[in-house]
Design a binder for this molecule. Structure first.
Ligand code: GLU
Length: 477
C-alpha cells in the first residue's frame, strides 16, 4: 500500500453539498483516476450536534448523479472501514490515550465561564483569542482532584509554545506558521467525542491516505495535524490546499450572495455535465486553456501542478453561458430526459415524443437554464392573451378569411393529422391566395400566441382538434 496513491473526500454531512465541496470531491476523484489511485469517501460525522437527517443519503445521491464514483466508502466497498467516523470512536480513544501518555496532550478542566473570561480579557488587550494554557502543567494531584470531583474536561493538544513550523504544500509551496499562532486544539470534547482534527489525522493515517486535497480554509489546521503525525511517529500525507472560491466582490463564496448547494443548481436547470466542467475550471486550468471538458476528458487532462494559487471567482454569468452551450450541443434526447422533470413539475404532458422533442429543441436554443424550458410549452396549456399589435395581425381581412377556411375544413376532416395540416397549408395558398407572411404568422399567433414557435403540425397535434378549432374561433372578430 505504501506507494499507492490514495485520496479521500471527507465531507461532514451538514445537509447539502456545497459547490466548493463538489470541487474538492472532483479534484480528488480526478487525481485518483489520472494516476490510477483510489478515491475514498469518508463521512466525518463526529459532531453530533450538527447531525442532519437524510444528509448522508443526499450526499451519496448527489455524488452519484455527478458520476463521481468512489472506490472505497460507505456501503460494502473497501477494507479500511468503517467509513463513518461516528462508528470509529473506539479507535480514536486508543490514540488519545497514547497522546496523553506521551505528554503530547493534556486534560483541560477549564469551564466555559473560565474560557469566556479568558477570551474577554484577551480581547480587551487587543490580543488574538486562544487557550491560555492554564491546564497544560497541572500536577498529578491536581488532575486527580478534578477527576474525583467528577469535573468535566476536554483533552487538548500540547502545541509547542515557541518557534515555528514550515511545511510544503503542493499548491502553496513553502508555508510557515509561528507556533504561537496555533491554539492548543481540543481533540476530545467533554462528551467524549473526538473533534475533527483528531479523527481526521487518525483516519488519514489508518486509511493510508497519500495526498490530502481540500479547501484552503484548512491550511491553518495543517500545523496541528503535522504535530499529531509527529507525535504518533507517522509519515504525513502530502498536503494540497485548493484556492478559495470567491464571490464577484472577492469575498468568500457564501450562501448569502446566491446559491451554493449543488442541488439548488440542479433544480434550477443546470446540467450535471455543466457543473462538473465549470467547477473543474475553478482553480485549475488546462494546458491549452480549453474550456469544454467531459468527465473522462478531465480524468486524462487533470494534474495537481495546474492548480492555481489565487482564489477563483464563481462567475454565475459564465456558468449560465456554459450551461447554454451544453443545452444546445448535447444530444437532444438527453436534454429531453433532463427537461422531463421540469415538464412534469409544471404538469405539462406532451405524449407525442417527436413533438415533445421539437419543443425542447426550440426552447434549448433560446434559454440557458432548463427551468425556463416549460415557458415554450405554456401557450399550449393556458389561455392566450393577445396584445394590441397581435390583434392587428389577427383582425386583417386575410387572417379572418384564413381562420374561417381552417375552421370549416378541420371540422369537415375525419381526423386532424400532419398530412391534413400540410394539405390545408397548400390549399390556403392555392385557393385563397394567402401565403408566406400572411399565412404562417397569423395561424401561429391564433393557436400559439406568438408568430414564432413550433411547426404548425406540431402545434396542432399538441393542442388537438377541439382546441385548434376553439382557438381559431376565438380569433374571429
Ligand atoms: N470534514 C471536513 C470538511 O468538511 C474535511 C476537511 C478535510 O478534508 O480534511 O469539510
Amino acid at each position: 500500500m505504501s506507494n499507492e496513491i490514495r485520496v479521500r473526500f471527507a465531507p461532514s454531512p451538514t445537509g447539502y453539498l456545497h459547490v466548493g465541496s463538489l470541487r474538492t470531491a472532483l479534484y480528488n476523484y480526478l487525481y485518483a483516476r489520472k494516476v490510477g489511485g483510489k478515491f475514498i469517501l469518508r463521512i466525518e460525522d463526529t459532531d453530533r450536534t450538527r447531525y442532519v437527517d437524510g444528509a448522508v443519503e443526499n450526499l451519496l445521491s448527489t455524488l452519484e448523479a455527478m458520476g463521481l464514483e468512489f472506490d472505497e466508502g460507505p456501503g460494502e466497498k473497501g477494507d479500511f472501514g468503517p467509513y463513518f467516523q461516528s462508528e470509529r470512536t473506539e479507535i480514536y480513544n486508543k490514540y488519545v490515550k497514547e497522546l496523553l501518555e506521551k505528554g503530547k496532550a493534556y486534560k483541560c478542566f477549564c469551564t466555559s465561564d473560565d474560557l469566556n473570561k479568558m477570551r474577554d480579557e484577551q480581547k480587551a488587550k487587543g490580543m488574538d483569542t486562544k487557550y491560555n494554557g492554564h491546564c497544560r502543567n497541572l500536577s498529578k494531584s491536581e488532575i486527580n482532584e478534578h477527576l474525583t470531583n467528577k469535573d468535566s474536561f476536554v483533552i487538548r493538544l500540547k502545541i509547542p509554545q515557541d518557534g515555528e513550523i514550515t511545511f510544503f504544500d503542493v499548491v502553496r509551496e513553502k508555508v510557515t506558521f509561528p507556533w504561537d499562532m496555533v491554539d492548543d486544539q481540543v481533540l476530545v470534547k467533554s462528551d467524549g467525542f473526538p473533534t475533527y482534527h483528531l479523527a481526521n489525522v487518525v483516519d488519514d493515517h489508518l486509511m493510508g491516505i497519500s495526498h490530502v486535497i481540500r479547501g484552503e480554509e484548512w491550511l491553518s489546521s495543517v500545523p496541528k495535524h503535522l504535530f499529531l503525525y509527529e507525535a504518533f511517529g507517522w509519515k504525513p500525507p502530502k498536503m494540497c490546499h485548493l484556492p478559495l472560491l470567491l464571490n464577484p466582490d472577492k469575498s468568500k463564496l457564501s450562501k448569502r450572495q446566491g446559491d451554493v448547494a449543488v442541488e439548488d443548481f440542479i433544480n434550477k436547470g443546470y446540467l450535471s455535465e455543466t457543473l462538473l466542467n465549470f467547477v473543474a475550471l475553478l482553480g485549475w486550468h488546462a494546458p491549452d486553456n480549453e474550456e469544454f471538458y467531459t468527465l473522462p476528458e478531465l480524468e486524462k487532462a487533470f494534474s495537481l501542478k495546474r492548480i492555481n494559487k489565487s482564489g477563483s471567482v464563481f462567475d454565475v454569468e459564465k456558468l449560465n453561458w456554459m450551461n447554454g452551450q451544453y443545452l444546445r450541443n448535447t444530444d437532444l434526447k438527453i436534454i429531453g430526459e433532463y427537461a422531463r422533470t421540469f415538464f412534469n413539475k409544471a404538469g405539462y404532458n406532451i405524449p407525442n415524443e417527436k413533438h415533445y422533442l421539437e419543443l425542447v429543441d426550440i426552447a434549448r436554443n433560446r434559454i440557458n437554464k432548463l427551468d425556463e424550458v416549460t415557458e415554450f410549452a405554456k401557450p399550449f396549456f393556458s389561455e392566450l392573451n393577445f396584445s394590441e399589435e397581435d390583434k392587428l395581425i389577427l383582425e386583417t381581412e386575410s387572417s379572418q378569411t384564413l381562420f374561417k377556411f381552417w375552421i370549416k375544413n378541420i371540422e369537415e376532416a375525419p381526423v386532424l393529422n400532419e398530412e391534413i395540416v400540410n394539405e390545408l397549408l397548400k390549399r390556403s395558398a392555392q385557393e385563397l391566395g394567402i401565403k408566406g407572411k400572411n399565412l404562417y404568422p397569423p395561424l401561429r399567433l391564433a393557436l400559439y400566441g406568438s408568430e414564432h414557435g413550433p411547426e404548425l403540425p406540431t402545434i396542432m397535434d399538441i393542442l388537438e382538434r377541439g382546441k385548434v378549432v376553439d382557438r381559431f374561433k376565438n380569433a374571429l372578430k
